[in-house]
Design a protein around this ligand. Structure first.
Ligand code: GDP
Ligand code: IMO
Ligand code: MG
Length: 457
């Protein structure tokens, strides 16, 4: 599957910025990175899109999130799921990087690698680079994630429905400047142990029910440290060299999605990182000018795992059909995903933030059997259209969705490989979506595997 990678803008940009002025010519930019981001509430099929693009990529990077992500890739009938590893790890010719913005649970990382190795993924640990600035998720962060959920349930009668992978507590440790990073683990272990114990103590004073066998944890961490050491690099310098060395195809794999973003998502029912385009810069240490194409991934309908507002949710036979036909079950947690019609209000909102250059529309095939298909095009409050996406969840919960209704195509699209193979009614549906959002749809997914992707241009 080919698409045009942004070319390197200059051949002589190995030099550091000129000392004589702060304005560099655009020619000094270096390689551009292509970013793939979830445009809804996650599980849009980012793994599949990344896998398709990664067959040509030299470097595939994760920039945020942790093993709360669950990305499925199907190759030659074999299904792989990736949580912390970039999905591009499957391509034996490319290197994968876990950037500083990611939070890493070391037992989870090695378990994932070993599990996939048994499925045939050879040499993954030789192709993986880990930033020394990435923060570490400890087992007790995961326990605390669970305790916080119990506390929310007791205090508010509801929780967030987190993945319990310790994501929130680890980003909290990072923000409160008590977190520990990969570089700390690579340094003096005595210092690391002292800081680890302090962190444990802090959490135990907040959560008296928390028991941690610090010595046992440290023993295990010491072993993981040696397994990790060969992969660790200064992530910023690694990226700088990748951007400014020879021409390279660099891909950034977003985890989670726009509506789960800590700043722009449906707060507080969100994750704890920036899953929108800014996260690619802060999570890898790359300048905004090096961002090239930004591809948004959206299903042809909408799903959400966990709790929170979902204006186009269908708590009826349509929702059930989407759930069962779409096999909408969380890759990380095994929870059933909530399902509803495609919501163009959220896609427009995701586009405002990310500036998508094109969209990959996945799972069109799931709609094949429907008599009619609806698309949410606007939100109304008291009969009046709202021009923006409401920040306040109470407001969002009350919006009335205005729908456009399309006739179903009632044709199996799974074998379609080009635009002309699609039934005209399906083409109509796709054209409506791209016109409404104002972003071209570059790929349409009609099945799980690599070849089930129609490229439009
Ligand atoms: P991610 O988290 O965004 O990578 O997505 P997930 O892997 O969590 O969920 C997407 C699911 O949809 C996976 O099971 C994919 O194999 C599947 N999938 C992706 N694209 C398509 C498609 O076009 N059609 C069908 N039927 N399944 C798809
Ligand atoms: P991918 O990359 C779907 C959701 C969780 C929960 C909320 C907070 O596979 O698209 P967290 O554990 O991050 O603190 O949970 O965010 N969530 C996801 N939902 N796909 C994901 O990732 C998600 N990552 C987090 O269900 O509601
Ligand atoms: Mg997923």
């Amino acid at each position: 599957m080919s698409f045009s990678w942004s070319p390197k803008d200059n051949k002589s940009c190995n030099n550091p910025p000129a000392a004589t002025g702060f304005k560099r010519s655009r020619n000094d930019i270096g390689n551009k990175v292509t970013v793939v981001l979830g445009a809804q509430w996650g599980d849009e099929g980012k793994g599949k899109v990344v896998d398709m693009l990664a067959t040509e990529a030299d470097l595939v990077c994760r920039c945020q999130g942790g093993n709360n992500a669950g990305h499925t890739v199907v190759v030659d009938g074999k299904e792989y799921d990736f949580h912390l590893l970039p999905s591009g790890i499957i391509n034996s010719k490319s290197t994968s990087l876990i950037g500083n913005g990611v939070v890493i649970h070391l037992p989870g990382l090695f378990e994932e690698g070993d599990k996939n190795e048994k499925k045939g993924l050879k040499g993954w640990d030789k192709r993986l680079i880990v930033s020394d600035r990435a923060h570490l998720v400890f087992d007790f962060h995961q326990v605390v994630d669970g305790l916080q959920e119990t506390q929310r349930q007791a205090q508010e009668g509801k929780n967030i429905g987190t993945t319990k992978k310790g994501i929130g507590p680890t980003y909290s440790s990072k923000a409160s400047r008590t977190g520990l990073r990969v570089c700390d683990l690579m340094g003096d272990f005595k210092d690391f142990s002292a800081r680890f114990k302090n962190l444990v103590q802090q959490y135990q004073s907040m959560y008296p029910a928390l028991t941690v066998d610090a010595e046992d944890q440290l023993k295990k961490l010491k072993e993981y440290a040696e397994r990790l050491r060969p992969m660790v690099r200064d992530g910023v310098y690694y990226m700088y060299e990748a951007l400014h060395g020879s021409q390279k195809k660099i891909l950034v794999e977003g985890a989670n999605a726009a509506l789960l973003d800590i700043d722009f998502g449906t707060y507080p029912f969100v994750t704890s990182s920036n899953c929108t385009v800014g996260g690619a810069c802060t999570g890898l240490g790359i300048p905004p000018l090096n961002i090239g194409d930004v591809f948004g991934v959206s299903k042809a309908y909408t799903t959400r795992v966990g709790i929170g507002a979902f204006p186009t949710e269908q708590l009826n036979a349509v929702g059930e059909l989407l759930q069962t036909r779409g096999h909408e079950v969380g890759v990380t947690t095994g929870r059933k995903r909530r399902c509803g019609w495609l919501d163009l209000v959220i896609l427009k909102y995701a586009h405002m933030i990310n500036g998508f250059t094109a969209i990959a529309l996945t799972k069109l095939d799931i709609l094949d059997v429907l008599d009619e298909i609806k698309v949410g095009v606007a939100y109304k409050i008291n009969g009046k259209r709202v021009p923006h996406f409401p920040a306040n969840l109470e407001v969002l919960q009350k919006v009335e969705v205005e729908y456009e209704t399309f006739p179903g195509w009632k044709t199996d699209t799974a074998a379609a490989r080009k635009w002309n193979d699609l039934p005209p009614k399906a083409q109509n549906y796709i054209r409506f979506i791209e016109n409404h959002i104002g972003v071209p749809i570059k790929w349409v997914g009609v099945g799980k595997s690599r070849e089930c992707m129609i490229q439009m241009f």
